[in-house]
Design a protein around this ligand. Structure first.
Ligand code: PLP
Length: 336
């Protein structure tokens, strides 16, 4: 039996791309597919996003860009993170974001200005050399503090208004959806493309559809008697006779230890994960006896990564990136 199955719905990614384009109202959509497409598979996500209307792809590293180039011979690919592998990037016809220091020549570059993120980026824009094709910055609070975001938009305007011929891009998913002033010429959108809310709310509120489903099965079912426990540390002790199921998915698969208490669907009904999550398994309270092999939906069919993130005290991004889809751990299926 497969331990679990991850299904990626490319139709949902295409839908989300179109939804973002509608929100962008004329600005280009650039699809962010770093970190293996936020756990969804970079090449599949890139393909679907381009079909949905995206006009460029963004990654974090040259290595990601080189890999993507094999599948996407014609697409614009921008490396957003720092790199010294300029020759390799040139060879793969990538574009580079320049975050500080020297501006490499003979490769299209985007100068990144720090307007308030306080991380990567130039403090001031230099006079752009001829190989500069874009000007960019990144918002620190598009999802949480529109006032600070507006200050960043303003700084970006001041610095870049003298260069109307260069492509200006500032917005991420949250800004693309909710901050019209941040749209400029293109928006770099990741999380929303995958149908995960940048606001940690229900993605349907912004017209987005989750693209990833993650399902497993009950591998074992047992009745705990009062006083019996399941898992390391005896963190769940039955107070009365309790049916529990063991699901062959654990923190090595991305079902994190701090997800104890989160709800999954067992045979379509919401059930709580109980006890300590182990490396390769977690337990779920069943409420009644159910057969071995019963489907357990960890993500999908209304179970949102946003809710797991809330339980784990993190964000949907981190849950999605952590889902392990290598063939040793899970079967991966793609719905065209
Ligand atoms: C990851 C990233 C994005 C995409 O952000 P989302 O919130 O996933 O849309 C955009 N710009 C930069 C520079 C990034 O690193």
């Amino acid at each position: 039996m497969q331990r679990s199955e991850i299904t990626i719905d490319l139709g949902a990614i295409r839908h989300n791309a179109r939804r973002l384009l509608e929100a962008l109202d004329g600005s280009e959509l650039w699809a962010v597919v770093k970190a293996n497409g936020y756990g969804h598979g970079a090449t599949d996500a890139a393909h679907a996003a381009l079909e949905g209307g995206a006009t460029a792809l963004c990654v974090a590293t040259v290595r990601e860009g080189v890999e993507l180039r094999r599948e996407q011979p014609g697409a614009r690919i921008l490396v957003m993170g720092p790199t010294d592998a300029v020759a390799e990037a040139r060879e793969a016809r990538l574009e580079l974001a320049v975050l500080d220091g020297e501006i490499p020549s003979e490769i299209p570059v985007h100068l990144k200005l720090d307007t308030g993120m306080g991380r990567w980026g130039l403090a001031e824009l230099p006079q752009p050399p001829v190989n500069v094709v874009g000007l960019m910055s990144h918002l620190a609070t598009a999802d949480s503090d529109p006032e600070f975001a507006a200050r960043q938009v303003e700084r970006f305007h001041e610095a870049t208004d003298p260069y109307p011929d260069l492509t200006r891009h500032l917005a991420n998913s949250a800004a693309a959806l909710r901050l019209p002033d941040a749209r400029f010429d293109a928006a770099r959108c990741g999380i929303a493309l995958y149908g995960i809310s940048p606001f940690e709310s229900d993605p349907a509120e912004d017209g987005l559809r989750p693209a990833l489903a993650w399902r497993s099965r009950l591998a074992q079912v047992r009745l705990l008697q009062r006083g019996e426990s399941t898992g390391y540390g005896r963190r769940f002790v039955a107070e009365q006779p309790t049916w529990i199921g063991i699901v062959p998915v654990g923190y090595a698969d991305g079902f994190r230890r701090d997800m104890t208490g989160t709800e999954v669907l067992v045979d379509g009904e919401p059930r709580r994960a109980v006890g300590t999550v182990s490396m390769d398994a977690f337990a779920v309270e069943l409420g009644r006896e159910l057969p071995v092999g019963t489907t357990v939906t960890i993500v999908g069919d209304g179970i949102l990564v946003e809710r797991h993130a809330e339980v784990a005290g993190t964000i949907g991004y981190e849950i999605a990136c952590g889902i392990e889809s290598r063939p040793e751990r899970a079967r991966r299926a793609v719905l065209a």
